[in-house]
Design a protein around this ligand. Structure first.
Ligand SMILES: CC(C)(COP(=O)(O)OP(=O)(O)OC[C@H]1O[C@@H](n2cnc3c(N)ncnc32)[C@H](O)[C@@H]1OP(=O)(O)O)[C@@H](O)C(=O)NCCC(=O)NCCS
Length: 335
């Protein structure tokens, strides 16, 4: 059977208009300062939805942007995969809600829950359907409304996150460019260090879970930080070795935007110079599954991602989940 290669042929994104600066957070009562947040995380501001805006709305706007840029109608989509930890509701999946809003009549779809690695897992999954020849048009979305699951009394966590969505279209590659390989792993023993304790079957919602703010992100920031630095360098290294490539051959590194210090430390471990590393965390904060497509957009805005470039993407998230994807950039018009 002929094996195709999956190419990223378009990209779309959406962030809500409302910007909340570090100073705004302080004014809202968070015991913090602009100086602390900037120096510890690199974040200057984040985009935040108007109350009541669900993840599927952000995903819809990003999806329309992506399809319009390519001139593809929603009705042509075969499959929609949405990576998110802030689905509109536990079920049905946000992919189903998006399919309906987009009017993507013939697409099937599902959600992937892998937190900050979600987009890369969804990308890998989507690529399989192109590679086998089963599908010709797959939409891969990372979308989050993180501000709905933040505890604004937990100052070490609430300052980190923002809302946003990004997505890519996968199609069979016209040539040798496209997604080359992936290296994913999970370490479920890390579940206790980063999670949302309540709202699932373990701790269904009760007055107590709400009073104790257990429907919010909980983390051991220091532990997550160390794990992320190590794995965000090791996963790409494994991928390079397997493909007999060297760090010098990477043209662009797009890492999950959790903390500028994590990105810097991982890049340094990999031996990547700053000019190859994409960062936009100062504008958006950590948008969980949306950071990688948003950062790809930034790389395109800055004209740092060109046809035939070797692109390494890497992420670490709750689980723990670890993901790295290697791609030879196919290129498309970007204005
Ligand atoms: C959360 C994180 C920014 C904290 O940075 P840090 O340098 O490790 O800071 P610490 O936790 O050691 O805290 C240092 C001090 O700052 C204080 N502090 C924490 N958050 C603060 C805030 N927003 N404003 C001001 N002070 C704050 C702490 O209370 C502590 O004070 P103390 O020394 O008096 O106890 C960092 O650990 C991190 O980014 N971890 C990864 C988290 C992450 O990315 N999660 C998502 C993964 S995808």
């Amino acid at each position: 059977m002929k094996q195709w290669r999956a190419a990223i042929t378009s990209l779309g994104r959406y962030v809500p208009e409302r910007i909340v600066t570090n100073e705004d957070l302080r004014r809202m009562g968070v015991d913090t300062s602009d100086e602390w947040i900037r120096t510890r995380t690199g974040i200057e501001q984040r985009h935040v939805v108007e109350p009541g805006t669900p993840t599927s709305e952000l995903a819809l706007k990003a999806a329309r942007d992506c399809l319009d840029r390519r001139g593809v109608a929603a009705g042509e989509l075969d499959l929609i995969i949405v990576a998110t930890v802030t689905p509109d509701m536990l079920f049905p999946s946000t992919a189903c809600l998006l399919q309906d809003k987009l009017k993507a009549g013939k697409a099937w779809g599902f959600d992937i829950s892998a937190a900050c690695s979600g987009f890369l897992y969804a990308l890998t999954q989507g690529a399989q359907f192109i590679e086998t020849g089963a599908h010709r048009k797959v939409l891969v979305v990372g979308a989050e409304v993180m501000t709905t699951i933040l505890d604004f009394q937990d100052r070490a966590t609430c300052v980190l996150f923002g809302d946003g969505a990004g997505c890519v279209l996968l199609e069979p590659s016209p040539d040798e460019t496209g997604i080359l390989d992936f290296a994913h792993e999970v370490d479920g023993s890390g579940a206790c260090f980063l999670n949302m304790p309540a709202g699932g079957s373990l701790k269904p919602a009760t007055h107590e879970t709400v009073d104790q703010r257990l429907h919010c992100v909980r983390q051991d920031g220091g532990h997550v930080f160390k794990y992320a630095v190590r794995q965000m360098a090791e996963a790409p290294r494994r991928l390079l070795e397997r493909n007999k490539l060297t760090t010098e051959q990477i043209d662009v590194f797009v890492a999950h935007q959790a903390n500028a210090r994590i990105i810097d430390a991982a890049s340094e471990r990999l031996g990547l110079p700053a000019r190859k590393v994409v960062k936009n965390i100062h504008k958006y904060g950590n948008t969980t599954a949306a950071t990688i497509p948003l950062a790809l957009g930034t790389a395109l805005d800055e004209k740092r991602l060109r046809r035939n470039d070797l692109l390494m993407m890497a992420a670490v998230g709750a689980g723990f989940t670890v993901g790295a994807v290697l791609c030879r950039w196919t290129g498309f018009d970007w204005n």
